[in-house]
Write a protein that binds this ligand. Structure first.
Ligand code: GLV
Ligand code: MN
Length: 222
């Protein structure tokens, strides 16, 4: 018969505790608690997500969305158009933990550096030639030029971009494990805030003079 010392009991107790502890497993939106919960975007009260429209008022139309079928207008300063298929445009996605974007690029167009605080992103190139890149928290830059049918993944929260490096237009569809991934566009997030971030913060952070900060601000209409 094996006898345990008090430190042995303590060790067994700790191991059992570890085994019985339910480790958190959510990496994005929480699991739904019902089949669906079509968002009532006009509800006067708010919850973490959107309240459900009554099931009796739900129709098939709530589960289909044609907003990503049309090419976006890429006649923009960065030559890109992002059309979002998230819970705000497609309320049927509410609580289901997924969404998609359509991203159109003019030749040379750039989907500028940004991050999604609430989702990992995956994408597939439909046509064109895209340089896709992201930066890790250790400042390592990963990138590759992709063509039709090739996929990419951007780990949750990391800064990333896509640039059309081909001669023709380019198109990618992206998917997210959140019904509302959120987007932080790096340049406006620092240079077009309301109210403005004090110049002393930005000049010190970027090791530049006031003129440089003012010049960047003016480009973002701030
Ligand atoms: C691309 O990066 C996207 O957010 O759709
Ligand atoms: Mn993105």
């Amino acid at each position: 018969m094996v006898s345990l010392s008090s430190s042995g009991y303590y060790l067994v107790f700790c191991l059992l505790g570890l085994l019985l502890t339910r480790l958190p497993s959510h990496s994005a939106d929480p699991d739904p608690l019902q089949d669906f919960c079509v968002a009532n975007l006009n509800a006067t009260f708010s919850v973490n997500g959107f309240p459900c429209k009554p099931v009796s008022q739900t129709t098939s139309e709530d589960f289909f969305f044609s907003g990503l079928s049309k090419e976006g207008d890429t006649n923009t300063p960065s030559g890109v158009s992002v059309t979002a298929g998230n819970v705000q445009s497609f309320p049927g996605l509410n609580t289901l933990g997924i969404s998609m974007n359509r991203v159109d690029f003019a030749p040379g167009g750039l989907n500028p550096p940004h991050s999604h605080p609430r989702a990992t992103e995956s994408g597939i190139v439909i046509h064109g030639k895209l340089l896709v890149g992201f930066i890790t928290t250790d400042n390592v830059f990963h990138s590759k030029v992709l063509t039709a049918g090739q996929m990419f993944v951007i780990p949750r929260g990391l800064v990333h971009f896509q640039r059309n490096v081909g001669e023709e237009k380019a198109l990618t569809f992206t998917a997210f494990n959140s019904h509302l991934p959120g987007v932080v566009l790096i340049a406006p997030n620092l240079f077009a805030t309301t109210p403005p971030i004090p110049n002393q913060v930005l000049t010190k952070a970027f090791q530049v003079e006031d003129e440089v900060v003012n010049s960047i601000r003016s480009k973002f209409g701030a």
